[in-house]
Structure formats: structure tokens, C-alpha cells
Design a protein around this ligand. Structure first.
Ligand SMILES: Cc1cc2nc3c(=O)[nH]c(=O)nc-3n(C[C@H](O)[C@H](O)[C@H](O)COP(=O)(O)OP(=O)(O)OC[C@H]3O[C@@H](n4cnc5c(N)ncnc54)[C@H](O)[C@@H]3O)c2cc1C
Length: 268
């Protein structure tokens, strides 16, 4: 049965997003005997993880796809329901929330937004392949351990890469900044250099040979790395709640209280 067939139903909670956060919420909600539906558009950031080695309970590591499958299985075992849709609007109707995806509609007393974020990635066709073989890494907190003592490139605007380079310097003495621009970053640059981080000229191009990423400098020289971390920022899906009046931070994140509730009662 789809959402369009259940117009009279009022759910306790609709969870928007079926990544690790949304699936965890669904498992707990069902175990609190709350009716719960997960609406998910299927683009979890976790599906990019070739193998995570910091997930408690998986000493041999687990891929993001496997982890998502197991977490969904666990939520489903408590009768959480799922629909594969992208929610395109969220509004209030009295005390209830109304969510829509195309023609389908659901009503709920509470909504949990577990929509994650999307990385801004280099605009090249080989990104997915490079992430799969760790040539490109997207989360230094998650996997810099695996890059310990290797040659690490950090690609992006100089001001951002310098700070991340300093963090990565605690994993390897061979950290190199690959600036996509060099504007207004003198302090960051000085700090990076003080940490022994090499800085290549700005304006080079990232390349991938099927195993490793390289940086082709403007003068034609090519430098190759065991891993490259791009730092190009990320996009949130906070726009979904803007029409409800939930407060956003200057950087576009949803402002919540200590209970993770937004300024809209019932919206978490
Ligand atoms: C390459 C890589 C390696 C990583 N390695 C690790 C690691 O080793 N350990 C670790 O802990 N973390 C790791 N991470 C980070 C981890 O993947 C994220 O922290 C995690 O996925 C965040 O979970 P989430 O549920 O908040 O968001 P997500 O997993 O991004 O899930 C959000 C979900 O919401 C859905 N959604 C968004 N908008 C809508 C909408 N309007 N309607 C319906 N659905 C919507 C999306 O399709 C998506 O399925 C890694 C990430 C990457 C990219």
C-alpha cells in the first residue's frame, strides 16, 4: 500500500531519510511502540563507504552498503515501514505535519529529519571509482587512520585545506596541499608551512589512473598521492523546513535545542 492509499492514517512519526541516523531512529521508535514510516530517497552518504573500520561491533570492518542493509533489516524486524520517495514538501495542518512526495501524502504527529548532507565533489566522471579504491577519501575523521604514514593530498580552497592539512599532519609527515585557489589565506598558509606541510601552486588539475590520484600542476609536472581528500564543502537539505519557520544557522544548518527539536514543536 502506498502513501496515497493511507490518507486517513495519522502516524506517530515520519522519519525523512533512511541513512544510519533515520534507521536508528526507526528502530528505537518501533521499540517505543510508536507507529513509524521511513521515507527515503536512497542517496545515503554511507553508501559511498568502501569499508568502515570504526563502526562498533564490526571488528572485521563493514561496507556502507552492508551496514545500511543490516540496519534496515533491524528496523524492519520491529515492523518499521519504508517507502522509497523524495519528500518534496512539508507543512503544518493544525497539530499534524503533512508530507508530500509527488502525488503521495502522509500525515504525522511528529517528523524526524534525518536527511544528512551531500558532499560537493570534484566535477570529474571518475569520483565513484576513486572513492571505492580509497584513492579519494571523503571523511578524514572516519578513515585517516587507514592513510597513516602515506602521502596524502588535500584538495580545495587554500584556506579550508590548510586547516584540514594540519589535522591530517597528525597521521602522516607527508601531507601536501593542492589548492584550487590561493586567495586570502596567508595565515592558514603560514600555519600549514609551520607544520611541515608542503603547498603546491594553485590551479592544477586532479587526475585518476584507476588506482591513485595525481595533481597535474599548471607547469605540467605531475605529483601522485596514496590518498587525496577533497574539501569542497557540503550541501544540506534544510530547505525542506524553511517554509515551516524552523530557524537556520548562517551556514544553513537547522538550529535545534538539547532534545534535537527545532523551533517548530514536533519537528526534530
Ligand atoms: C567515503 C565515505 C566514507 C565514510 N566513512 C565513514 C566511516 O568509516 N565511519 C563513519 O562513522 N562514517 C563514515 N562516513 C560518514 C557517514 O557515511 C555519514 O556520517 C552517515 O552516512 C550520516 O548518516 P545520516 O543518516 O545522517 O545521513 P545519510 O547517510 O546521508 O542519509 C540521509 C538519507 O536521507 C535521504 N534524504 C535526503 N533528503 C530527502 C528527502 N527530501 N526525502 C527523502 N529522503 C531524503 C537521502 O537519500 C539519504 O538516504 C563516511 C562517508 C563517506 C562519504
Amino acid at each position: 500500500m502506498t502513501g496515497t492509499d493511507r490518507r486517513d492514517e495519522v502516524l506517530d512519526v515520519v522519519v525523512v531519510g533512511g541513512g544510519p541516523a533515520g534507521l536508528t531512529a526507526a528502530t528505537y521508535l518501533r521499540r517505543f511502540h510508536r507507529s513509524c514510516l521511513v521515507l527515503d530517497s536512497g542517496h545515503s552518504r554511507a553508501r559511498w563507504i568502501p569499508e568502515t573500520n570504526n563502526c562498533p561491533g564490526f571488528p572485521q570492518g563493514v561496507s556502507g552498503v552492508d551496514l545500511l542493509r543490516k540496519m534496515k533489516q533491524q528496523a524492519a524486524s520491529f515492523d518499521a515501514r519504508f517507502e522509497s520517495v523524495a519528500v518534496d514538501s512539508l507543512r503544518r495542518d493544525g497539530d499534524l505535519f503533512v508530507l508530500r512526495a509527488g502525488d503521495a501524502q502522509w500525515r504525522a504527529r511528529c517528523v524526524i529529519l534525518a536527511t544528512g548532507l551531500s558532499d560537493n565533489l570534484p566535477q570529474v566522471p571518475w569520483v565513484e571509482e576513486a572513492v571505492a579504491c580509497h584513492a579519494l577519501r571523503l571523511c578524514s575523521i572516519c578513515d585517516a587512520y587507514e592513510a597513516t604514514d602515506t602521502r596524502i593530498g588535500v584538495y580545495g580552497p587554500l584556506a579550508d585545506t590548510a586547516a584540514h592539512g594540519v589535522f591530517l599532519r597528525s597521521y602522516s609527515s607527508r601531507v601536501v596541499l593542492l589548492p584550487s585557489d590561493g586567495a586570502g589565506a596567508e595565515d592558514a598558509l603560514a600555519q600549514a608551512r609551520a607544520e611541515g606541510i608542503e603547498v603546491l601552486p594553485a590551479g592544477g588539475v586532479l587526475e585518476f589512473d584507476g588506482e591513485r590520484c595525481s595533481y597535474r600542476l599548471p607547469d605540467g609536472r605531475v605529483e601522485t598521492f596514496d590518498s587525496v581528500y577533497p574539501y569542497l564543502g557540503a550541501r544540506t537539505t534544510a530547505g525542506l523546513v524553511a517554509s515551516l519557520g524552523a530557524k537556520l544557522s548562517d551556514s544553513g544548518e537547522i538550529v535545534v535545542d538539547r532534545s534535537q527539536q527545532t523551533e517548530v514543536p514536533g519537528l526534530y
